[in-house]
Design a binder for this molecule. Structure first.
Ligand SMILES: [Zn+2]
Length: 1012
């Protein structure tokens, strides 16, 4: 991989000139860009598409003018299609480091080959020029110029190329009868004051292009309709052949559309190919799209045509609204920044999942207004303001995300797309505002321990999530905070001045910052430095508030403010007066402590710090704005994290066991932005007249460490537990993740309460009672860790646990228990897969008094592990006939009716093969209730040493079926949850069945979890 050449002298010179311009102030030319230069390119391309073989052949003649003050001896080009040549490209290797392989098969890939390449100096003609030498490394072509290119000189490149179009992937390719051409042609790399930018196509990040002129002639089959950057200069793109008559009713239109199709087919008999030429100026990229299924509509903004091309099935969504939304986007952007400088806008229905921007043309997956605003906004932020998207992604992604939110804010509405077709639950469930949820999301990331600064090279972020949050979320909040710092009016002036100085030029942070500083008259060094290049956090809180009535009857209030972290922001204090009037003042926030003085006629009631949540304060607890909010525990409430509320949810709890009867209870959970987590629960059993309760509290020490304290009296057992938990991963949400828990616990079952701790086991016609918990105290210390290494196709989980109980801690039993496990699986996205588990457990000092709840069980998890599940805790909660299997222990599914198979040490393995079940008719009928189904074949085997020191080898095998259902976001998910799994396993063969039972026999077990 090559790095851009950095020529030190031009950069220095540029900086000095920039500073000089700053000092002199502005005269006729705006400051900052009077020494600006950019190269010029003019592409003349002729390309022809073979839609059957998915090949594009073409020629390109490129005029390159060196407007720089430097002499060039080389030239570089981007050959982006080569990123998908095979799985050895830089792009693909980066993808594989994040556990996915872009090309399932090599033939899905694509490439570009240069068949002829001539470099023709200014004074020569192509006839007398030899084919030039060049080398291609991944997606970069490098060639030495035959003679140095002096400042002001031109050179012409002539080349022929052949391109295999890839199956749609990333941003371009083909699917069915549509071809999206993006990052497709041999493109000159940018040369700017930093030198050349021969940066290959990376997994993360976008592009950088040289401004110029494009003349592109495209040849496709006649029935393919074409949209492209630029205006049509010759030929016909085919729009009129498929133009929607929006005045027609659906049925009439269908008829007319069929007639149009027939007419096209008829015309193809005499004219097999379509040839159309496009011309574009002042653009740094050229994209086109073609499909035999497109429909066309036309709109207009102030004389500028807005073209829409979409697939026919989407007519009901796209028709009329897309051209109108395009018009509104142009109007908004033209008003806020500067008039749209291009002669057309084309909004097309791309193959990609979201949207992608190109000069004058966007490819969008849907008609969404937010998406149109974002992508059309990009024609400004990346297109008109041509930044290096790899180096400063925030400058285009952040700006356009910000302007999209600003658009909806100014229209007094939230993004309309998000609010259509809501269910009852979605309408009633509390939801953060767009702004609060963006900030909450950004703050979660910023306090996660994996925060990175906004301005990094895209491909240097730790993962795609970090790139996305920094470029889009934090990037857009940067502009909101800038607006807060300079004020709304000044900010609007900045937007217009930025356009005036820098439209159709290369922009960067320094150029944008200079505009901000010139317009606002403020020194914004600290702001740009802190928010773009550092990962500091902001945390202010109110100190003392003193009020005094002065001799003249007025009120004098002094408000102290503390800065608790490194980040700096000007911060506002709002004083609410008894007459409900509000007064506000701003403190610059620079020092550790500050005070604001208010003089008011009325008495102040309370003070609030940063009342509109504008400074990205990580903790608003000391702001005088906090409230406690009580709400029902709505399903899928995890996105609700209001900045100013400690949210307490409540939920009734109702279940049954034989001792208490119906257990009636209620649970409360409280948290503030996933900190200070509080849990409270109480249950009453009418049969036993017992009142039970549970309390827990947890908080974070730092991003990696948290603690949890639990006290409970539940169904006979008294448990106290305190633990310290640590967690680290390669990057946020990127495995491997390593978890460590260190804790101590106290657990007691008084002798009079052993009635809770039996399980009823059906043996033939009899029911036997097997004790599941020993009476007495077990006080122990424990340590547990797990790590989940993975590869592209495989996953794994390694875990180990040590428990030590000792009479020195007041425990009735003394033991050291070890348990380790490995899970390994190869899943497929369709739900098929291979699953393997190996587990080993033993007591180091093998006395016979080990408490039964900690023994290793052949069939399932130990009773101690099962205690967390309310339906497994006590006798009778689930009917014995359910043969319920809680995965764990030896997982020997055939031994559900032999609870005596528990002992001091165990080694076991489980193997399962799964196959997603696709039942054509039955599947469709069952899916709404049971969801996806998977069938499996399994084998379990193990060796168990029982309490009598007798070892036995046990095995079983059978078939199973599992149903997995994601419950829709509707009211009934209150009752049945957000998703469920039902597993039925049939261990038909068991090596050691019960007495009088055959090895081969019909047996079943039920579970709400996969076995492994
Ligand atoms: Zn974007």
């Amino acid at each position: 991989m090559r790095k851009p050449h950095r020529t030190v002298i031009p950069i220095l010179a540029w900086w000095i000139l920039l500073c000089a311009a700053n000092v002199q102030g502005s005269t006729a030319t705006p400051p900052g860009n009077d020494n600006y230069w950019q190269q010029f390119v003019h592409y003349q391309m002729n390309v022809s598409l073979d839609s059957d073989t998915k090949m594009l052949t073409g020629t390109s003649s490129i005029l390159y003018r060196n407007n720089s003050p430097n002499t060039l001896d080389k030239i570089y080009m981007y050959l982006y299609p080569n990123a998908f040549r095979n799985n050895a490209s830089i792009y693909s290797k980066e993808a594989q480091s994040f556990y996915f392989r872009p090309l399932a098969k090599d033939e899905d890939g694509g490439w570009i080959d240069i068949s002829e390449f001539r470099i023709i100096p200014q004074k020569e003609s192509s006839a007398e020029t030899k084919v030039s030498a060049f080398k291609v490394d991944d997606t970069i072509l490098e060639a030495t110029l035959p003679a140095p290119l002096q400042p002001g000189e031109e050179v012409r490149l002539e080349l022929a190329f052949k391109q295999k179009i890839k199956k749609f992937q990333d941003r371009s390719g083909y699917r069915d009868n549509q071809f999206d051409f993006a990052q497709w042609y041999p493109k000159i790399c940018v040369y700017d004051e930093e030198g050349w930018h021969p940066v290959p196509f990376h997994l993360l990040g976008e592009f950088y292009g040289e401004f110029g002129t494009f003349d592109v002639t495209i040849e496709v089959p006649f029935d393919y309709i074409v949209g492209a950057t630029g205006v049509v200069t010759e030929g016909d793109p085919g729009w009129s052949l498929v133009q929607v008559d929006t005045s027609l009713a659906v049925a009439e239109w269908e008829k007319k559309h069929a007639e149009m199709k027939t007419a096209i087919a008829e015309q193809m008999k005499t004219q097999a190919r379509r040839r159309v030429s496009f011309h574009a100026e002042n653009v740094h990229d050229f994209a086109w799209i073609t499909s035999s299924d497109f429909l066309y509509e036309r709109g207009e903004y102030d004389g500028i045509p807005v073209h829409a091309l979409f697939r026919s099935y989407a007519k009901s969504e796209w028709s009329k609204v897309v051209t109108e939304r395009g018009r509104r986007a142009l109007e908004w952007l033209s008003t806020k920044f500067g008039r749209y400088p291009y002669p057309q806008l084309t909004i097309t229905h791309g193959l990609l999942g979201g949207g992608m921007e190109y000069p004058m043309l966007v490819m969008n997956a849907s008609d969404s207004e937010g998406l149109i605003l974002h992508e059309v906004g990009h024609i400004y932020f990346f297109g008109i303001f041509g930044n290096n998207e790899q180096k400063e992604a925030w400058l285009d992604e952040g700006f356009t995300t910000f302007q999209t939110r600003w658009y909806f804010e100014s229209r007094g509405q939230q993004n309309e797309d998000h609010h259509a077709n809501k269910t009852w639950l979605q309408r009633h469930r509390p939801q953060d505002s767009d702004n609060a949820s963006n900030r909450g999301w950004a703050l979660n990331y910023m306090t996660s321990g994996y925060n990175e600064p906004i301005s990094l090279y895209s491909y240097k972020f730790k993962n795609g999530m970090s790139y996305g949050i920094n470029a889009y979320t934090k990037g857009s909040i940067f502009f909101e905070m800038l607006r807060y710092v300079v004020g709304v009016e000044t900010f609007e002036k900045i937007c217009r001045e930025y356009f005036k100085r820098w439209a159709l030029k290369h922009v960067n942070e320094a150029r944008f910052k200079q505009v901000c500083e010139n317009v606002s008259g403020m020194d914004l060094d600290w702001f740009f430095q802190q928010w773009l290049h550092e990962a500091k956090l902001v945390d202010y809180s109110l100190g003392g508030v003193k009020k005094e009535k002065t001799a003249d009857g007025k009120w004098q209030t002094t408000v102290e403010i503390n800065r608790n972290d490194e980040g700096i922001m000007p911060v506002e204090v709002e004083l609410m007066l008894v007459n409900n009037e509000k007064v506000r003042q701003r403190w610059d926030g620079m020092e550790k402590k500050g005070t604001l003085q208010f003089t008011t006629a009325a008495e102040p009631r309370r003070a609030a710090l940063d009342p509109n949540d504008q400074i990205m304060d990580k903790n608003r607890l000391g702001h005088g704005t906090m409230r406690v909010e009580f709400i029902p525990e709505y399903p899928r409430l995890w996105n609700y994290n209001p900045p100013d509320a400690y949210v307490v949810t409540y939920k009734p709890s109702l279940y049954y066991n034989d001792i208490d009867g119906l257990r009636l209870g209620v649970r409360f959970n409280g948290q503030y932005r996933n900190t200070r987590r509080l849990g409270l629960g109480a249950w009453y059993g009418p049969n036993s007249s017992e009142l039970d309760g549970r309390f827990s509290f947890g908080n974070n020490f730092d991003p990696h460490w948290n603690y949890q304290l639990t006290l409970s009296k539940l169904e006979g057992r008294l448990i106290g537990d305190v633990s310290l938990r640590g967690s680290w991963s390669r990057a946020l949400f990127t495995p491997p993740t390593f978890n460590l828990t260190i804790g101590a616990s106290y657990a007691e079952l008084p002798a009079e309460d052993v009635k809770y701790a039996f399980r009823r086991v059906e043996v033939g016609d009899n029911i036997i009672a097997a004790p599941t918990w020993s009476a007495g105290k077990v006080n122990q210390a424990y340590l547990n860790f797990n790590v989940n290494p993975r590869g592209i196709i495989w996953r794994s989980l390694l875990s180990y646990e040590i428990r030590h109980a000792n009479s020195a801690f007041g425990s009735d039993a003394t033991f050291t228990r070890l348990q380790g496990g490995l899970r390994f699986w190869i899943p497929t996205p369709r739900g098929d897969g291979f699953y393997f588990r190996l587990v080993h457990g033993t007591f180091l000092r093998q006395e016979d008094d080990n408490p039964v709840q900690h023994l290793f069980h052949a069939f399932d998890a130990s009773p101690f592990e099962q205690f967390e599940s309310f339906y497994l805790r006590s006798r009778g909660a689930l009917p014995a006939e359910a043969h319920y299997h809680r995965p764990g222990g030896g997982n020997l599914r055939g031994y559900f009716d032999q609870p005596e198979r528990a002992g001091k040490s165990l080694i076991a393995t489980n193997v399962e093969l799964r196959k997603a079940l696709r039942l054509p008719v039955l599947g469709k009928l069952l899916a709404p209730v049971l969801g996806n189904s998977t069938v499996s074949a399994f084998f379990d085997g193990g060796r168990l040493k029982n309490l009598q020191d007798h070892s036995q080898t046990l095995a079983d095998a059978g078939l199973g079926i599992t149903f997995n259902k994601t419950v829709p976001d509707a009211w009934y998910s209150f009752i049945i949850g957000t998703n469920y799994t039902i597993r039925l396993d049939f261990p038909l063969w068991v090596s050691r069945p019960r007495v009088n039972e055959k090895k081969l026999h019909f047996r079943y077990v039920l579970s709400f979890q996969q076995a492994l």
